[in-house]
Ligand binder design. Structure first.
Ligand code: TXA
Ligand code: MG
Length: 319
């Protein structure tokens, strides 16, 4: 089983030896290895059972360090980096050859992010290399937002989990890239699209997810619990339709009649989207472990973080 501790020293020691360790970030826990070391990166793909066509995000601690492994930082990227880093934003930027092809699945761009978690930031500051890290879950399952989530699924496969408490944002980073100079959101996430629009002064384009990914990793079935999940705008109607089944509910801000309260999880009683995002993945895990056969969820208001949450629910339901 992995050692779980809040000290960065064992993490640094293991990462320098080419091992894989789990690290906390403000979004979700990551499964990290030296981004310059192909053999170390190969271990991440094995541990996660992740297909090699799905590229990894590279984490570092300053804009200055980003310039060690990308060939260009467009003005808009610089602006977004200055505004949102450290934070839940990933940018796809042209890579230098020091980033091995296995990290980017052979693509010319590398996903870059400066995470906002004090432990992981200080770890990144002491390392002489950046860390490639996907979310620390088996491929296709819900992302982990606590060290216990990581230990439950990957504890027998990794030597160390850096414990940084529960993730404050709770949703993966928003991914932005440029095509012919035009910014595009590839994955809505912890930075709301409205916030990007405000900084860039435009309405940024969003590429919908698809089963035939143009960019690797844009698979629509993702972030899924093991139980069937159905998501809708009219939860009472869906409850009625499933009256003969043992259902668990994921609701936004209130309990519904006809279903036992212990089979319902409310994301935020005050209807706060930030709190709902923070609790989303842990709640799906709880429902997955409950005495129910299927999970019914309702869409949240489709703005700000609600948009990112809805996108995760759609993907989790796409099994
Ligand atoms: O918040 C996050 O982004 C978390 C934490 C650990 O940083 N990481 C994360 O990684 O969510 P992962 O591997 O679960 O999802 C990253 C996604 C990939 O599925 C892929 O779609 C996209 O990022 N991606 C990464 N590099 C890319 C590239 N070079 N081109 C296109 N898409 C890329
Ligand atoms: Mg993931």
């Amino acid at each position: 089983m992995s050692t779980i501790e809040s000290s960065i020293d064992p993490a640094k020691f293991l990462l320098e030896k080419g091992e894989v360790v789990a690290i906390p970030t403000e979004t979700v826990y990551g499964l990290a290895a030296n981004a310059y070391n192909s053999a170390a990166i190969e271990k991440i793909f094995e541990i996660k059972r992740r297909p090699h066509y799905d590229p990894l995000i590279v984490h570092t601690s300053s804009l200055q360090k980003v310039e060690n492994f990308v060939t260009a930082l467009p003005d808009q990227a610089y602006l977004l980096g200055e505004t949102f880093w450290p934070g839940p934003l990933t940018m796809l930027l042209p890579k230098q050859s020091i980033i091995p092809d296995i990290v980017t699945s052979g693509l010319p761009r590398v996903g870059v992010r400066i995470p906002r978690h004090p432990l992981t930031l200080s770890l990144l500051e002491t390392l002489s290399f950046p860390l490639a890290a996907p979310s620390a879950n088996p491929f296709g399952y819900i992302s982990p937002t606590t060290s216990a989530h990581v230990a439950a699924q990957l504890g027998d496969k990794i030597p160390f989990i850096l414990d940084g408490g529960s993730c404050k944002v709770g949703l993966e980073s928003t991914i932005v890239g440029w095509e012919e100079g035009e910014p595009i959101v590839y994955r809505p996430g912890g930075i709301p699209i409205e916030a990007l629009n405000e900084v860039l002064g435009i309405d940024i384009k969003v590429k919908p997810s698809t089963d035939q990914p143009q960019a690797p990793g844009m698979l629509s079935s993702h972030y899924a619990p093991l139980k069937p999940l159905f998501v809708c705008h009219d939860l009472p109607a869906l409850i009625k339709k499933n009256a003969h089944k043992k259902v668990g509910l994921l609701t936004f801000s209130k309990l519904y009649p006809d279903i036992a309260p212990e089979l319902q999880i409310i994301l935020s009683e005050k209807g706060d989207l930030q709190e709902a995002a923070q609790r989303l993945f842990a709640s799906l895990r709880q429902l997955d472990a409950m005495e129910c056969d299927i999970i019914l969820a309702e869409f949240l208001p489709d703005k700000h973080l609600g948009h990112s949450i809805n996108e995760r629910l759609v993907r989790a339901a796409a099994q």
